[in-house]
Design a protein around this ligand. Sequence first.
Ligand code: HSE
Length: 404
Amino acid sequence: MKQIAVLGLGVVGRGVADLFRENAATVAARCGEEVVLKYALDIRDMPDSPYANLLVRSIDPILADPEVSVVAEVMGGLHPAYEYTRACLDAGKSVVTSNKELVATYGVELLALAREKGVYYLFEASTGGAIPVIAPIVRDLAANEVTGISGILNGTTNYILTRMFRAGASFEAALTEAQQKGYAERNPAADIEGIDACRKICILSASATGILPDPARVHTEGITAIRQKDVRIAEKNGYTLKLLGKMEKKPWGTFVLVSPFFVKRTDPLSSVEDVFNGIKVSCNYAGEVMFYGRGAGSHPTASAVAADIVSVVRGDAKRQTWTLGEEDYPTDFRLYRTRHYLALSGVEQNAVTVIWEDAEILGSDGEELAVLTPEISEQELEDSLARLSSLGARLQSHIRVSVE
Ligand code: HSE
């Protein structure tokens, strides 16, 4: 029998505890032995919890118990999750986690410590909720060069955008619904400002390349500026709107970014709706591989946490080694190339076509001209917008277009 502990009995921790109780027979059959939850660390009193008898308020009994071989850190945040994770690894216990902030910040160091101690630091649940994506990248696509990743990586924002499209819901109402369903972060700014997706694309990128981008160097935009007007224009022109995390390897550099994108209806990512996440991985031999499933929520995330625990118990887990990206990694965002949707007021169509001869004019509502630029660099966009501004144009909205 293997004994485990869970750090944090919140939305995900409760799901992990439920899974090891309800799926005990399945887990035992797959592992060849029982896996039993022995401790649940939480500082809150939970007299009504079915796991009240497992509650401890300190990490010490877990660290001191040689029978606990795997710890699930699902408390979130950097501290004390970082200190607890180090302490568990130091004590010779494998750690599995859903904590994307911790992995994106300290992943290099924690992976190295796990290797040194002969244990595992695994984080399938940190990215894509229930979706197996990190293990397939690390294991099944290992013989490929990964040339690109494009993913809907945040369930909350995908839920909000879907509701804005389908029901004409306001941003605020859709956010409240997502919070009530347990998808959102404690501080939803991390969701709606793209920070959560940034951490996840950094983790995926590192899993594919071995180089962890510094999240602070990743161009990150959220969805707060998206208007109903943009949604309607996208819809009318055969696009949907998605918050995408992207890693793109080009001959002129490797780019990592998070931004809302116009996504063509023919792109499979466009049909990833509600809390679902979808991740396309482009490989030089496998071609394009796509992953899809529930990206947030208690039981879906618990499924991925449990998958990592099972792989440690079975002895088929895979260790990663990461290095931290240097100062020029990812490549300067000004060199990133794509198309752009612009909504401009105070400007005539010919001022736009003088700059971009082959710009696609989507139409005008009398106040704003909606335009799709050709594929240009961010630097070219900035320079051209400055020229348009000197002609009296005002930029009302700007959303990138996914051009794969
Ligand atoms: N807040 C995150 C999301 C939770 O909405 O995707 C899962 O990481």
